[in-house]
Design a protein around this ligand. Sequence first.
Ligand SMILES: O=C1O[C@H](COP(=O)(O)O)[C@@H](O)[C@H](O)[C@H]1O
Length: 324
Amino acid sequence: MFTSVSAAAAVAFLPPLTGRASPPAYRVSANRRRRIAPRPHFLTSSASSPILPVAAMATDGAAPAASDVGSKQKLLVFDAEEDLAVSLAKYTAELSEKFAAERGAFTVVLSGGSLIKALRKLTEPPYLDLVDWSKWHVFWVDERVVPKDHEDSNYKLALDGFLSKVPIPTGQVYAINDALSAEGAADDYETCLKQLVKNGVIAMSAATGFPRFDLQLLGMGPDGHIASLFPGHPLVNENQKWVTYIKDSPKPPPERITFTFPVINSSAYIAMVVTGAGKAGAVQKALSDKETSSEKLPVEMAVLQDGEFTWFTDKEAVSMLQNK
Ligand SMILES: O=C1O[C@H](COP(=O)(O)O)[C@@H](O)[C@H](O)[C@H]1O
């Protein structure tokens, strides 16, 4: 059995907002003068034993020691998706404040799919006023090669459900060039990222030599795919390019561009947002500490070199873990 973190329990751990050290350049409201305090860790585990049984978890909220610091993962399980959305907003807002203060910019990578709906609480008070949106730079971990107003476009999904509701400067939202071929769009996007590294907007990982985004907000498909990196597809082994393309995606539409694993795995923080019973099998495979002979799912290949990986899940998504 594994434990759940309800929104009530999560909120109980979160310290109150306190006075802000330096106001952001962006318009400051009364709420904005409050600082978002660092987020506590709920559950911590190592890659070798990524899920902690209830018996191993401290009941006072303290995190058990992790043996493999480089591959730490945390699992949050919420009673309801609504609770998950509340916690994800707080987590993201806290990282926004941290990176805005440290680097003067917050580089955020979005996926498509169900993730966007899970971000909805960020578009509401208190975060709408509290977050310094002027520091955000928004990217996509993958995009479908379709026009930006097409119903399959991840840009359109994010624009409609999130970006149109928050004041991020439009010049800091980096959509693909939808006039290009898949190959051209991937090259163009990689060139754009390289320019932003030169400008100091995107950090570089000293450890890997790949760009180090502050936060990647990712989803996972029922087959265990993340971004547009699908099980058994050779693209999962790409280790030179930052951005690549696929023309035979098993999930429509077939033509897409995608970050590669070296870029995903160089991130400072990853939130893996996974809900619903349809994903329970992939979650079980990814989080089981049993060694299997079967090929790794893409989600299992997401291993941060030097960062913090947090699963945001609901009871249904972890339902196959509970009887182990
Ligand atoms: O095709 C895609 O699917 C994944 C998963 O989507 P979900 O709706 O099952 O959460 C998504 O993360 C990716 O960005 C998207 O292009």
